[in-house]
Write a protein that binds this ligand. Sequence first.
Ligand SMILES: CC(C)(COP(=O)(O)OP(=O)(O)OC[C@H]1O[C@@H](n2cnc3c(N)ncnc32)[C@H](O)[C@@H]1OP(=O)(O)O)[C@@H](O)C(=O)NCCC(=O)NCCS
Length: 187
Amino acid sequence: MSEQTALRGVFPREHRGIVLRPLDAGDAEEYAEGTRDPEVARFAHLPLPEYTPDTVRRLAAWDVPKGFDSGDLAVLSIVDADGGGFLGSLVLFDITGHQAELGFWLAPGARGRGVAVRAVAAAVSSARALGLTALVARTAEDNRASQRTLAAAGFTRTGDPEETTVPSGQRAVTLRYRLDLEEHGQH
Ligand SMILES: CC(C)(COP(=O)(O)OP(=O)(O)OC[C@H]1O[C@@H](n2cnc3c(N)ncnc32)[C@H](O)[C@@H]1OP(=O)(O)O)[C@@H](O)C(=O)NCCC(=O)NCCS
């Protein structure tokens, strides 16, 4: 199966009350608003310095289908399975045949009720469906919420803090996390 078919076959994906689906133009206002939250601005290391509703509509029209076509990038929205309300963003990037990196943020009003853990669990189930053998993530040393989210979803920390280039293009000291997906496999 080609990567293109693989990504389009896996999303939208529902898991315990939330759905991961491709970012679309209808998310523009809420996505742009979410990126203005200070925690997102500080910790999410998003590729663009600023997101307006127009920027997000362009992402939805061009970058999202391009990522699905090439198979190396899934820009997803986290939405409520009951009503489809926008909750946040989850991106699988640098997808290879074996692994992908995970990034995520939630709108402030969606936090504190387990949405992030369920969204990451949905990403894990998607990664298994894609046949990946591992998911990785990076987080700032002082981002307790992200670290606890990753730990609750089964990720473990690997190695010491190190300076890496994050998706914004900046250098930042990050902790690396990893989840092997073959633990219960048959190899
Ligand atoms: C990180 C984030 C997605 C967590 O979302 P959330 O839905 O509130 O998280 P959950 O309710 O699923 O809780 C997940 C874990 O984080 C913990 N947590 C949540 N907010 C926390 C906070 N402010 N401080 C410390 N721990 C926190 C929860 O207690 C839970 O841990 P536990 O299972 O050990 O009790 C959200 O805070 C966010 O969007 N932050 C800004 C962007 C960001 O940091 N993204 C990650 C970049 S790597």
